[in-house]
Design a protein around this ligand. Sequence first.
Ligand SMILES: [Zn+2]
Length: 520
Amino acid sequence: MRFVLLLLATLALAAHPALAQDAGGRSKSYALVIANGRAIDPETGLDAVRWIGIQDGRIAAISATPLEGAQVLDAAGLVIAPGFIDLHSHGQQLAGARMQAFDGVTTALELEAGALPVASTYEQVAKEGRPINYGFSANWLFARIAEKEGMEPDGSPSFFARAQSRSNWQHALASPVKTARIVARVEQGLKEGALGIGVLAGYAPGFGHKEFYALAKLAKTYDVPTFTHVRFMSVIEPQSSFEAFEEIVSLAATTGAHMHIAHLNSNSTRDIPAIAELLRGARARGVPVTTEAYPYAAGSTVVGAEMFRGNWRERLGGAAASDIELAGKPFDDATLADAQEKTPGAIVVVHYMRPETSPADQAFLDEAVLFPGGAIASDAMPWLLDGKTIGGDTWPLPAGAYSHPRSAGTFSRFLRDYVRERGKIDLREALGKVSLIPAQILEDSVPAMKLKGRLKVGADADIVVFDPAAVSDRATYTAPNATSVGMKFVIVNGTPVIREGELVRDALPGLPVRRPVVAH
Ligand SMILES: [Zn+2]
């Protein structure tokens, strides 16, 4: 009798290929299984119903038939995709990372600005813990402020705001000796494991071309990318956006450094077609330039920024003071001048195009967002309350917490607007722009990224499970403090941080993305 039962059990197993088997032929159970969802992998083109088995933070099995798990998450009717990788997130506080998790982000990297000092920044974030993965480039601008102003970067969020009241670092050339010292500070950051060099050129437009050349050569020496906010933002020559993008193409061509350009949408203003053509031409000829965009036509920066000085209206293609808003309230000329004088570090939103009323502006924005080979990246800003960064374990964000809506909604907005509502790009290709492409932009210099942005056996279990019919941003310019909706599960290194659409508050499985530290 016992033999018959065993035989039946064996037959049942054979007839039910559902249970994966290990090398000994025993059925295997995984720590976590995502069951019965539409699995989409942008790399292989997989688009079919699958069960995903997760073990030890990695994807251990992808099966067309059911898998067993200690925990099983039901994904019926939902899309399973690689977690979103954000190359451009300044919202590196715990609350900012949680807002991004609701938006499907499983890795948020601060690359355009970066950090300085690098090692202690990684250590401090690790101590606090994060729901999602994090990482930093080495911040050139902070190295420049240190050498030009004698202000030592201390890792505090207020350092950059405090520097706004000085101007040497923004406008003055550095001597060859000072340039060497600036470059040495950046190199120290690379030795401490930074992912590349952050170059906020647009905030110090008076720095030397030779200084930039030295940074590009350093990047090539370490085989890491630079991540640049370009030097100029204007539709009028000289000192135009076009000229600033040309500078990057030239440096990449002459040094061989991979040079990534931040937010094609905002830095190009209404000159996007000409600049997109410039970048397409460079890429077609093998020049190592890459780019990214976010699906909003308003940017966010400090009110004291160089872009709001002089003939800034014409340079921004006909902007008005009322296109600049502080906490949802537009400026007039007098209040703008007053804010520039008294609170130059205050964070404002600036509408540089108006796609809601102008079809031409919508077409400009679309060209940047859909740029072939370009990533979607949020440029998420820190969340502020009364002008101060919200730090620590604050959750939910208090009423009145303020940021640019892209800090909460970039990725869901892209899926809602460009895929579902306007059908500008199909879902599989769109998922490539938020996962595979950003991973590929980094993976030559950071091999760990080869295990991200893919739904394949052996990859990191950074996974989103969402409803393609419901995924949506809710954050607006006047009410940015609203999480995105539609993400049923967001899994980071095998641990759900969003479960049934809710934050798992004590889940902090985020790990550093970092290059090996060079002993010194
Ligand atoms: Zn920027």
